[in-house]
Design a binder for this molecule. Structure first.
Ligand SMILES: *[C@@H]1O[C@H](CO)[C@@H](O)[C@H](O)[C@H]1NC(C)=O
Ligand SMILES: *[C@@H]1O[C@H](CO)[C@@H](O)[C@H](O)[C@H]1NC(C)=O
Ligand SMILES: *[C@@H]1O[C@H](CO)[C@@H](O)[C@H](O)[C@H]1NC(C)=O
Ligand SMILES: *[C@@H]1O[C@H](CO)[C@@H](O)[C@H](O)[C@H]1NC(C)=O
Ligand SMILES: *[C@@H]1O[C@H](CO)[C@@H](O)[C@H](O)[C@H]1NC(C)=O
Ligand SMILES: *[C@@H]1O[C@H](CO)[C@@H](O)[C@H](O)[C@H]1NC(C)=O
Ligand SMILES: *[C@@H]1O[C@H](CO)[C@@H](O)[C@H](O)[C@H]1NC(C)=O
Ligand SMILES: *[C@@H]1O[C@H](CO)[C@@H](O)[C@H](O)[C@H]1NC(C)=O
Ligand SMILES: *[C@@H]1O[C@H](CO)[C@@H](O)[C@H](O)[C@H]1NC(C)=O
Ligand SMILES: CC(=O)N[C@H]1CO[C@H](CO)[C@@H](O)[C@@H]1O
Length: 410
């Protein structure tokens, strides 16, 4: 009986070997190293290889291609996974919850369908000696990696790297990301994408510096939140679907010299503690969504801006002069239903507008739009609470502006 099993196993192995060295099983679960050794005659393994929680080390000899997935999850005793000949994983390379794994060795691996690594607290290097140059999706979370060296991708669909607290540097020659790049909470990472031209979505949080000299388009949304840099520059960025720069507590200046258009997701610059002057947008002419400025700023400069298709909310905790936004509004440059500009104080409104309300910050709860214009004609305000609010002396002008806006849009 035992002998028969042994012989038939031998027969299977030798058939696979003698034929094309293609082993077409859909899936094997390796409970012992011997299970992996059985497959060493297969240059291509057709299915998934699952390394079971009973393994303490795993060496995958012989196999050059795994057509399916390579999976190892919930193993608290495995220390090492090695695959000296492996070049390609067609499916997902999934490593989850491997608490003491500290050695990965994939010296010839170049192509992986997707990488999905979560909670590998002892893994400090990828182990890709040749370098993985093809991978559609990368998700790496909660590891001890201090480098992504060995991940040498030029294109990717998704790159999501989060909560790797020792990852101080990311420098990758990506040229495009068709779905998203999200680098968040890795602990003061210096991020450099010297060749990145476009990304569909781009999110950077808790980053100490970012260098994207070639980045020209972020198709959907660009979020810069809770970062630790004091200055930021996107020298080649011309177009973004939406841009949010929020809660970067050290940010004092930024530069978007070529940015001409922000799309329908709008522009938000909010609660950047030290950003007293919002500037760095010399070329911005159009925001196709809303414009929202909040925080400790005393000036906001958008010298080329002539059209905001969404609402405008400007809310300063400091002394701020609303006149340039009032002027944009009165010229029909704000097409959203809501326009609000409020400041903790405004010397201009006190000086020039005898009839303006006391210069206190308007709150959403009051439902009233704050208008701090330099003259009554400029103080036309559209608000959700009072959408038809018209300053009496400028009723005709205001209607004319509305008509112009209407014909302008359609
Ligand atoms: C393995 O499958 C492929 C296609 O799925 C087939 O062409 C090949 O002949 C099969 N090889 C073996 C040894 O069964
Ligand atoms: C590997 O071969 C041994 C016999 O040599 C057999 O008992 C075992 O089931 C095989 N493992 C797999 C995963 O096929
Ligand atoms: C691994 O463990 C987690 C939680 O302990 C559980 O949610 C998950 O289903 C497990 N995965 C596998 C493949 O057993
Ligand atoms: C892009 O970002 C926006 C805003 O954060 C989000 O709603 C959308 O789902 C993201 N799309 C992709 C493809 O990541
Ligand atoms: C900036 O973008 C232009 C095209 O818009 C491109 O020709 C140029 O090479 C880019 N600059 C850098 C530094 O990549
Ligand atoms: C994003 O923009 C780039 C550059 O304009 C373009 O080539 C690409 O097709 C766009 N991607 C998507 C998914 O819309
Ligand atoms: C920020 O200001 C510093 C000091 O004035 C300057 O050297 C730097 O170039 C500025 N950075 C940007 C992005 O404008
Ligand atoms: C900015 O901070 C204020 C006060 O804490 C808060 O109400 C508001 O939601 C914040 N805005 C954004 C965009 O985070
Ligand atoms: C404004 O600055 C003060 C003092 O530095 C700070 O406590 C507060 O959080 C800042 N507010 C915002 C919205 O950034
Ligand atoms: C250096 C610095 O101030 N970093 C802060 C950026 O903003 C986030 C969230 O507001 C803080 O957690 C960081 O400390």
């Amino acid at each position: 009986m035992l002998r028969q099993v042994f012989l038939s196993a031998l027969a299977i192995a030798s058939v696979a070997h003698a034929a094309t060295s293609v082993c077409n099983q859909t899936s094997i679960t390796a409970n012992a190293q011997s299970d992996l050794d059985n497959l060493s005659g297969c240059t291509t393994f057709g299915g998934d290889i699952i390394l079971s929680p009973t393994l303490a080390t795993a060496t995958i000899n012989g196999i050059q291609t795994i057509s399916g997935n390579l999976i190892c999850t919930n193993n608290t005793q495995i220390t090492s996974i090695t695959a000296p000949s492996l070049q390609t994983i067609g499916g997902t390379f999934q490593l989850h919850e491997l608490t003491i794994l500290n050695t990965l060795s994939f010296p010839r691996l170049t192509s992986v369908g997707s990488i999905d690594w979560v909670t590998l607290p002892a893994v400090s290097g990828l182990g890709f000696t040749t370098g993985v140059s093809s991978c559609e999706d990368v998700y790496i979370s909660d590891t001890d990696l201090n480098t992504l060296s060995g991940l040498s991708l030029t294109t990717v669909s998704k790159l999501d790297i989060n909560n790797n607290l020792n990852l101080n540097v990311i420098n990758m020659g990506l040229t495009e990301a068709s779905y998203q790049i999200d680098i968040s909470f890795n602990g003061n990472t210096a991020v450099s994408f010297p060749s990145l031209v476009w990304a569909y979505n781009l999110t950077l949080q808790d980053v100490s510096s970012i260098s994207t000299p070639s980045l020209s388009v972020v198709n959907a949304s660009y979020l810069l939140i809770s970062n630790v840099f004091s200055s930021f520059s996107a020298p080649n960025l011309t177009t973004v679907g939406g841009l949010s720069i929020d809660e970067n507590q050290s940010l004092t200046n930024m530069s978007f010299p070529k940015l001409t258009t922000v799309g329908g997701s709008g522009l938000q610059v909010a609660n950047n503690t030290k950003l007293t002057s919002i500037s760095g947008f010399p070329s911005l002419t159009t925001v196709n969504g809303a414009l929202d400025l909040e925080g400790n700023f005393t000036s906001a400069s958008f010298p080329s801006l002539n059209l905001v298709r969404g609402a405008v909310n400007v809310d300063s905790n400091q002394n701020f002069d609303c006149s340039s936004f009032n002027s944009l509004n009165s010229k029909g440059g704000i097409r959203g239903n809501d326009y609000k500009c409020a400041a903790a104080s405004s010397t201009t409104s006190i000086a020039l507008s005898a009839t303006s309300t006391p210069s206190s910050r308007s709150t959403g709860a009051s439902g009233s739009a704050t208008t701090t214009g330099s003259s009554s004609a400029a103080a036309t305000s559209k608000s959700a609470a009072a959408p038809n609010l018209v300053v009496s002396t400028s009723g005709i002008t205001f209607s004319a502006v509305l008509a112009a806006v209407f014909f302008g849009i359609f």
